[in-house]
Design a protein around this ligand. Structure first.
Ligand SMILES: *[C@@H]1O[C@H](CO)[C@@H](O)[C@H](O)[C@H]1NC(C)=O
Ligand SMILES: *[C@@H]1O[C@H](CO)[C@@H](O)[C@H](O)[C@H]1NC(C)=O
Length: 230
């Protein structure tokens, strides 16, 4: 019993050290009708995350050291599709602590991106990098315009360390990242944290009753009979 507590804290500490997380929490916008015209959203060649489809994207992202022209390093874009309007979601980026990196996650609605020159040009650049002429996968034509809640996720990644090795400073290696889309349960809690939250609740309730029992016990043994006054 004496070793339980330090061991538990050690495990928590190790878990903290081996992976870093950056996240953004947002509410899905109302559904919009996306006309089935070319070029459409699919032609941007972005990786897609959706609650019903791929929820964890394992990827590796190019990074740069922050510079005057790119203070947040390299940008990449993702499509969040098939969201449930009005529901809260969290997107997390998780990466190994052995690859010190700084991430910034931002979600934007389509209107906002298309009306903001800085965003649309960044999206266009990224999309262009991902196009491989002649390698375009044949797209299954969607029969009609679809109405759904979509958002664009913008990720910035910058290397966050210093090395005297010039080669490494100019070409920092790509970072292994998991990008995770997590719907909130009852709009309060990320779904994947459900079991942990349940455990903490049980633990809290348990310690509440336990401390109550200890308190009662202490109270009883401390209850010294009043001296008689006669
Ligand atoms: C889109 O995003 C902008 C900026 O965040 C916001 O002002 C606007 O209300 C949003 N539009 C919709 C339809 O959600
Ligand atoms: C710098 O880093 C590169 C890549 O890791 C390595 O190949 C090279 O040997 C290093 N140079 C020096 C001087 O340490």
């Amino acid at each position: 019993m004496r070793f339980t507590l330090p061991a538990a804290s050690l495990i928590a500490l190790v878990a903290e050290v081996v992976a870093n997380t950056e996240k953004v929490i947002f509410t899905a916008p109302s559904a919009i009708t996306i006309p089935n015209i070319r070029p459409g959203l699919d032609d941007l060649s972005l990786d897609v995350l959706s609650p019903a489809g791929l929820r964890t994207l394992e990827t590796n992202l190019a990074v740069q050291f922050p510079s005057d022209t790119a203070p947040r390093g390299v940008q990449s874009w993702y499509l969040l599709k098939g969201l449930e309007a009005g529901r809260r979601y969290e997107v997390r980026a998780c990466w190994p602590a052995t690859q010190p990196t700084e991430f910034w996650l931002d979600v934007h609605n389509l209107t906002h991106v298309f009306e903001t020159p800085l965003l649309i040009s960044s999206l266009a650049d990224y999309s262009e990098q991902r196009q491989h002429p002649g390698l375009q996968a044949p797209r299954h034509a969607e029969p009609e315009a679809t109405s759904q809640s979509v958002l664009l996720l913008q990720v910035h990644s910058a290397a966050d360390y210093f090395t005297s090795n010039r080669t490494l400073m100019e070409h920092p290696p790509a970072v292994d990242v998991d990008i995770i889309l997590d719907p909130f349960l009852l709009n309060i809690l990320p779904q994947s944290l459900g079991p942990t939250a349940l455990y903490i609740t049980v633990l809290t309730a348990g310690s509440f009753f336990l401390s109550g029992a200890i308190y009662n016990w202490l109270y009883r043994i401390a209850e010294i009979p009043k001296p008689h006054t006669d």
